[in-house]
Design a protein around this ligand. Structure first.
Ligand SMILES: [Zn+2]
Length: 86
């Protein structure tokens, strides 16, 4: 029983890393709890999914600058990346 609790807890580590790279937290939690020794280095060396991260930020209220296509805040009047009016 204890080993199961430990597996579930340490599974949070690769899940948190993968989640910050745009991957599914839940799937990586299960993966990390099942085979932590494989999931941890996999999560660390895996490349970030830029499109998934961008979609997450867009749904969190960010918008794309029409000039430089960088993500900026919804209320921004001037882009912080290219300094143009939005
Ligand atoms: Zn811009």
């Amino acid at each position: 029983m204890e080993i199961l609790i430990i597996a579930v807890l340490i599974g949070l580590i690769p899940a948190a890393i993968a989640s910050s790279k745009g991957k599914s937290f839940l799937l990586w939690w299960i993966y990390g709890a099942a085979i932590f020794i494989v999931a941890l280095p996999h999560a660390i060396i895996m490349r970030a999914d830029d499109r998934a991260i961008e979609n997450k930020q867009l749904s969190a209220g960010m918008k794309k600058c029409p000039s430089c296509a960088e993500l900026i805040k919804q209320d921004a009047k001037v882009c912080k990346h290219c300094q143009r009016d939005v």
